[in-house]
Design a protein around this ligand. Sequence first.
Ligand code: HEM
Ligand SMILES: CC(C)=CCC/C(C)=C/CC/C(C)=C/COP(=O)(O)OP(=O)(O)O
Length: 292
Amino acid sequence: MINDSTNTISWKSYYELCKPKVVLLIIFTAVVGMFLAVPGMVPWQPLVFGTIGIGLAASSAAAINHYLDQKFDAKMARTKGRPLPHGDLNGTQVLGFAFTIGAIAMLVLIFLVNELTAFLTFLSLIGYAVIYTVYLKHATPQNIVIGGAAGAAPPVLGWSAVTSTIDPHALLLFLIIFIWTPPHFWALAVARREEYAKADIPMLPVTHGAEFTRLHIVFYTVLLILVSLLPYLTGMSGMLYLVSAIGLGFGFLYYAVLLKKTADDIIAMKAFKYSILYLMLLFAALLIDHYL
Ligand code: HEM
Ligand SMILES: CC(C)=CCC/C(C)=C/CC/C(C)=C/COP(=O)(O)OP(=O)(O)O
């Protein structure tokens, strides 16, 4: 007889392996890339199959990250309840799941979208799941600056799913997420610096201190505001986007400066949460502006 409660735990665990909230935002940025790629409605095939392929590939990368990071995850309060360190799933189950959904993602992208998108998505998957997780994360405090390229790729993937090209406008969207990633992550890392130190992971607040990191959050936030103006300055987006980008950007800067002044970890977590809202609303503004 099937044990219902075990079954529920296991489905929940597989779901958790996918880092669902992160992947949802990744999918959203990819879908915005698709919509911006063409003047009218996006053809349904790249929209549906591109979304499935990119979403499954990002989930596969997240599951591989759970597998490869399990020993480190076990050492940190934030991550020790994850399916592997908590013992809800074993390594074979996690790798089996990751490779299955990763293979489905690749087949969908190769045969139902296009080869360029499949290739770029594969690069992003390897970039996050292997290059960032195995090497960069443990090698340098610039880990997330470099590794951020994988998480910044989805708008380019979405765009190429529709046009089979790497468009310069898509690269602007890449640049926005690339510059957004350090203040997004460092806000959390500042608040969790003792855990990262305990797990011996050389995040910037561990190697260079919290004060230095807070200063870098302000620096990257200013850079982000400037970079976020590029879609308007290049004629890709209009006034609604410009006003949104400036308003949202100054909201981010408010938290960054407040964090620098107060050195308060509660403010750091507020800045981290705001960073997620910022990216979601900025991409929503790009989308709405496109159809005005
Ligand atoms: C190398 C790049 C990145 C790093 C190092 C990073 C790091 C993190 C970390 C450590 C968390 C906390 C997760 C947790 O508490 O379990 C987080 C949460 C989150 N990240 Fe990122 N992130 C990166 C890129 C991205 C990208 C590209 C997106 C979306 C486009 C994103 C969206 C989110 C969201 C939505 C959450 C909240 C998840 C939740 O509440 O469960 N991140 N990020
Ligand atoms: C194919 C494709 C589009 C791939 C996208 C890659 C992807 C899922 C990027 C998200 C980045 C992320 C959640 C980093 C968390 O860092 P961490 O692993 O150091 O955080 P943790 O301590 O919470 O595990």
